[in-house]
Ligand binder design. Structure first.
Ligand code: SAM
Length: 262
């Protein structure tokens, strides 16, 4: 939990000016839950605004007492008009904040660890920002070591962060080429592979998933040590990307993988 007071709370600091000065290059935390998760997992949050401080702190009392004090120090009340001018579209909780994006070096260091006790999820050339966000949320929930994307999608795109509910800060998230993937055996998910139900996925595995449109790339297939299939009736061609990641991480956790701690 970050305990430092935001610049917006230094005497004389205007949160809106702080926001406008930092917006480019920062991570937008859109809504109460994204802010709650980011703070809980150690994000540095220089500015946070809400149109109703009392309502936001009541939500904290109810859902996140562990970070209530930090949110109390961070949140500045602004008018509806000011809030609407800071975010692309209003969130039902009317809370928004900016977080410092972790350095690429820190992400690469976390991913390069050789003694991993949880897999890294690799999304090979994903296209859908919502899927990428949902996968980061899953990876955070299962305690995965990180999420790596290949291709052009930016895994820190605001829409991905929104889909990830602020949980980018609970795992390592980076874009890499196939040649730069961290060490570890690659288990690539493909309907033509070996049935996952007969396999134990090792803790240091890279679990790789193909793109929504065209599946695994030739480059990723060439790096794969195993092709793994999820059970599916013959007439069904494939599952959604994020649900495939969910089933695979669940299988890892249910067959001896480190349990996600409550
Ligand atoms: C929507 S699917 C890709 C469909 C794509 N049209 C294709 O040709 O493969 C996205 C990814 O989810 C994973 N996936 C989906 N269904 C799967 C299954 N039954 N077994 C293993 N992996 C699956 C694969 O990694 C796949 O590349």
């Amino acid at each position: 939990m970050t305990e430092s007071a935001s610049p917006a709370h230094r005497p004389g600091a205007d949160p809106v000016s702080v926001w406008r000065g930092l917006a480019e290059g920062s991570v937008l935390l859109d809504g109460f839950h994204a802010l709650k998760h980011a703070v809980r997992f150690g994000a540095s949050v220089p500015v946070a605004v809400t149109v109703d401080r009392a309502a936001a702190l009541a939500l904290a009392d109810e859902l996140a007492p562990d970070v209530r004090e930090t949110l109390d120090a961070l949140l500045t009340e602004v008018s509806d008009k000011v809030y609407a001018s800071l975010v692309p579209r209003p969130h039902p909780t009317a809370v928004a904040a900016l977080a410092v994006r972790p350095s690429r070096e820190a992400g690469l260091r976390a991913l390069a660890r050789t003694s991993r006790d949880a897999p890294v999820v690799v999304l090979d050339q994903p296209r859908n920002l919502g899927n990428a966000g949902a996968v980061i949320r899953l990876a955070a929930g299962f305690g995965a070591a990180g999420v790596v994307t290949t291709g052009t999608l930016d895994p820190w795109h605001p829409t991905v962060v929104r889909g990830g509910a602020g949980l980018h800060f609970a795992t390592a998230v980076e874009r890499l080429t196939v040649g730069e993937l961290p060490p570890g055996p690659v288990f690539a998910l493909d309907p033509e592979g070996e049935d996952i139900r007969g396999l134990k996925l090792p803790d240091d595995a890279l679990l790789a998933f193909g793109s929504e449109r065209s599946g695994l790339s030739a480059e990723l297939r060439a790096r794969a040590d195993h092709l793994v299939a999820l059970p599916m009736r013959p007439q069904v061609s494939s599952y959604n990307l994020a649900t495939s990641v969910a089933m695979t991480l669940y299988h890892w956790s249910a067959t001896g993988g480190a349990p996600a701690t409550a």
